[in-house]
Ligand binder design. Structure first.
Ligand code: PRP
Ligand code: URA
Length: 207
């Protein structure tokens, strides 16, 4: 469908703080949370609405309501860092989880957990992961979500490599891709350059 690179001044400012290797866990988390709120605004811009008749204190009018429920699906672990910001902006959203771990030798994703709300099939599903590198994890997560019946899927990530974008556009052309910042390339270990390092480790203080 569409690939949108946000290039938003506030996101770029906060992302630069996150990229800095001197930035510690607290500031990393806080900036990711703030970016998630900004991204939620952009990611939900094209959600379909339907008309609804209401009475204001003054008169009758035709208002708008979302057509479908919203389901957020963070890819564990690093996707968890985007959930609170999205939930702040969409408090009625339900949350599914999918655990994907990238094998550091083969760079292939391995799924270790999946649990989704029952409304997945009729929902607008927003898959969350700060990092889109080779695209393997996102691609496998989206495939799994589609197998469970989801039809309206968006993928939101903070930093993407061109290689990952290409993979999603090819394998899942029906999925809208919303990217905070497009980086230059992958290095020989599959890390995004310049990137921000290992998002999960920086978010949770593991190494
Ligand atoms: C990271 C990141 C993505 C994936 C991106 O997760 O959060 O899920 O790598 O890489 P890819 O596009 O090449 O698949 P990781 O597997 O390191 O797990 P973690 O979040 O538990 O650290
Ligand atoms: N996963 C990360 O957390 N960072 C990268 O640069 C690539 C994959």
């Amino acid at each position: 469908m569409a690939t949108i690179i946000l290039n938003h001044p506030l996101i770029d400012h906060k992302l630069t703080i996150m990229r800095n290797k001197e930035t510690g866990t607290k500031e990393f988390r806080q900036n990711l949370d703030e970016i998630a709120m900004l991204m939620a605004y952009e990611v939900t811009k094209s959600l379909p609405l339907q008309n609804i008749e209401i009475e204001t204190p003054i008169c009758s009018m035709t208002g708008k309501k979302l057509v479908r429920p919203i389901v957020l699906v963070p890819i564990l672990r690093a996707g968890l860092g985007l959930v609170d910001g999205f939930k702040t902006m969409i408090p009625t959203a339900k949350v599914g989880h999918i655990g994907m771990s990238r094998n550091e030798e083969t760079l292939q994703p391995e799924e270790y957990y999946a649990k989704f709300p029952s409304c997945l099939k009729e929902a607008d599903v927003i898959v969350l992961d700060p990092m889109l590198a080779t695209g393997g994890s996102a691609c496998a997560a989206i495939t799994n979500i589609k197998k469970r019946g989801a039809k309206n899927i968006k993928f939101a990530c903070l930093v993407a490599a061109p290689e990952g974008i290409q993979v999603i556009e090819t394998e899942h052309p029906d999925v809208d891709l919303i990217v905070g910042a497009l980086d230059e390339k992958l290095n020989d270990k599959g890390y995004i350059v310049p990137g921000l390092g290992d998002a999960g480790d920086r978010l949770f203080g593991t190494d």
